[in-house]
Structure formats: structure tokens, C-alpha cells
Design a protein around this ligand. Sequence first.
Ligand SMILES: [Zn+2]
Length: 204
Amino acid sequence: MTTEDFNFETLTAPCPVCRSDNTKVTQKIVNLPHFPQLWLFNLLCNDCNYKHNDFLNLSVKEPIKYIYHAENKDDYTTKIVRAANGTLRFPQIGAIIEPGPSANGFISNIEGILRDIQQKAQHLLRDATKKEEIKRIGNYIKLLDEYIEQNHPIDIVVEDPFGNSSIIPFDPDKLETIQLTKEEAEKLKTGFMVFEDVKQKEDD
Ligand SMILES: [Zn+2]
């Protein structure tokens, strides 16, 4: 039996945004090296172009937390698998990506996620009107540049109450895997991407 695409189905569901039935829904279960049973789900609305991707790791169901300690360029290629209910945090730069109504599942690497956060900050900068706000966001974009260009040591924390998100490490020795208690899992928030106050670097 081939390991991929052994279960593939197309069905319809109304668009959660415009309620149109003119949508395409696909789902399948694939077997990948780190994910023996990964259920992929994709909805595309042909009327309003709303897209939703998510996946469910059918082989893991426990609340879990991963921490990867990235130290160099190679570490920045570490893959992050984020299901829609996963929370991503970069404590050193105060960035959090939390689950929310518009959250999508994605697979990216550390550099890709930092670039994505930078792009979102650039959108915020365009809408910013207050001087101190413009300065703060501008500094944040510069800080992200430094991390992306110079591959400063950075930790990425992935938490998922359903154990669907994961980290595929460049260096397995730099990955910590921590089982979350039920209480810790319940504390995980839902919401949108937020920026915590950025702490000044001590050597500044
Ligand atoms: Zn729609």
C-alpha cells in the first residue's frame, strides 16, 4: 500500500464568511516521516476567496509543549508545524501567535515565521498615526531584521492543547518536549497575534 493519499475525499460545506455554498473542501490523510497519520483539511470559497487550512495529527492527542533553542543559521531552518489551535511564542522578542477565529494551520521554518511577523508589523506601521507608536513598531522591525540577518540565538515555544502542532528540529539535541498538564493546557489562550512589550536587550 502506498503511504500517501490512501484516503481522499472531496465534499462541500458553506463558507464561514459569506455563507456561500460555492466552496471546495478537500481532506485527506497522509503519512509523513514525523507524522504517521496527518489529516489535512482545506476549504476554499469561490465567491469571497476565503481560505482555511488546517491539519490534525491523528497519532498524538496529548497537550504538548516544544521549545527549540536556535543558535545559528542552520537552526533557523527548523520546521515549525502549527495547527490552527497551536500557540507560537518567541520569548526574546515578545512575539506571540495565538489561535483565533482566523488562525490557519501552516508549516514554515523559524526564519519564515520571523519574516511573517515582520510583514505583519509593516502593515501595522502603515496604519500607525502616533509618533511613539511609529517609533516602537519601527524599532521592532529593525530588531527582527537583526535576528533574520544575523541568526541571533532565539527560542521558539510551541504549545498545543491537542498535540497537533510540532517542531521538526534541525538539531534534535536542541529540542525540548514537555508534556502539559490538563490545567496548563486549559490556560492556553485563544485570540489573535499580539506583541508583548519588547524588553530592551541587556547589552544595549
Ligand atoms: Zn465565502
